[in-house]
Design a protein around this ligand. Structure first.
Ligand SMILES: Cc1cc2nc3c(=O)[nH]c(=O)nc-3n(C[C@H](O)[C@H](O)[C@H](O)COP(=O)(O)O)c2cc1C
Length: 155
């Protein structure tokens, strides 16, 4: 029996402040990416990370196909990137004006606070989302302050 409306669940969970990431992968047409905050470190032994993909996210089939993905942790001031990668702009155009490098097939956005590279290990159904579990193959961090997502807004 449903006792909580989805909008209420979303609003309540919005009180859980998170960072903001862009999950990236490489398609046949080049780099793709989507803004994501449902990201979590999962295990230290072995090193695992998880990302929850909306089943409608175009990045999901790219990750499923290429079996490589990156998690780019956005820094304060990178809100325009968060908005761009949260949009439904043509997949192959999101990166058109975004300076980045590619590490073992994983697009890494210039100026991010940190990034983690993963090889996809498992995709697990989770309602209208799919949980992607990756083995961590690279992890780098810089210095600076994070971009934050709280109650439906950036801060
Ligand atoms: C702050 C924020 C966090 C988001 N977190 C997620 C997430 O964890 N998983 C997800 O699938 N979509 C998330 N989204 C929505 C996607 O960014 C959005 O659906 C995007 O258009 C997907 O791009 P794609 O279709 O090119 O993959 C988030 C959006 C915002 C603004």
């Amino acid at each position: 029996m449903r006792t909580v409306a989805p909008e209420r669940f979303r609003a309540v969970m919005g009180h859980f402040a998170t960072g903001v990431t862009v999950v990236t992968a490489t398609s046949a047409n080049g780099p793709v990416g989507m803004t994501a905050n449902a990201v979590c470190s999962l295990s230290l032994d072995p090193l695992l990370l998880l990302v929850c993909f909306d089943n409608g996210a175009r990045t999901l089939p790219v990750v499923a196909e290429g079996e490589r993905f990156g998690v780019n942790v956005l820094a304060k001031g990178q809100e325009p990137l968060a908005r761009l990668f949260a949009s439904k702009a043509p997949e192959d155009q999101k990166f058109a004006e975004v300076p980045h490098s590619v590490h073992d097939g994983i697009p890494v956005i210039e100026g991010v606070l940190a990034w983690v590279g993963c090889t996809l290990q498992e995709l697990i159904p989770g309602g209208d989302h799919t949980i992607g579990i990756g083995t961590v193959t690279a992890a780098e961090a810089g210095t600076g302050e994070p971009l934050i997502w709280y109650r439906g807004g950036y801060g």
